[in-house]
Write a new protein. Structure first.
Length: 162
């Protein structure tokens, strides 16, 4: 049940963040999105490589686009949002421990998620990004979350070729 909750929660965050980035004039607050003209598959592989090459293990890969397409008729959807949309989640024992020692409530930010999508009406442009980890009641907590945000930003930039 916890795995299902994580999946649904991550899917909601990723889908909401990605939809906001695609349809709004600016990306939503607390979300960073980079664009690439590389194919979806190449950028997605770039995210995977950037995570694994840093010594982390991807513990789940969500297929948001496939889920939305599969359930479109069930919810009366009239629009295809994504050509492709996935997220990859992972964790870092070191960074997570530092964050949770600073504030046990930082457990809410684990695992870390990087999303990749190509909009159905903007084929040829791939978006990659992440949701900022915000909060941090103490200076140590803020510093720990800033370190994770910097890591997520490095991964997203690398995958986008920036």
């Amino acid at each position: 049940m916890l795995h299902s909750f994580r999946l649904v929660a991550a899917a909601a965050v990723v889908a909401g963040a990605a939809m906001g980035a695609g349809f709004a004039a600016a990306e939503p607050a607390g979300v960073t999105v980079y664009e690439s003209q590389d194919s979806f598959d190449d950028v997605r592989q770039g995210v995977s490589d950037a995570i694994v090459n840093r010594g982390f293990v991807i513990d789940y890969e969500g297929r948001i686009g496939e889920m939305l397409n599969r359930t479109a008729a069930d919810v009366g959807a009239g629009k295809t949002v994504y050509e492709h949309a996935d997220f990859l989640q992972f964790c870092s024992a070191t960074l997570s421990r530092t964050a949770m020692e600073a504030d046990p409530a930082n457990i809410a930010f684990c695992p870390y998620v990087v999303f990749v999508y190509e909009l159905a009406d903007q084929k040829g442009t791939t978006h990659v990004g992440f949701r900022h980890l915000q909060g941090g009641g103490s200076e140590d907590s803020t510093k720990a979350l800033d370190t994770v945000n910097a890591l997520l930003d490095e991964i997203a930039k690398e995958a986008a070729g920036q």
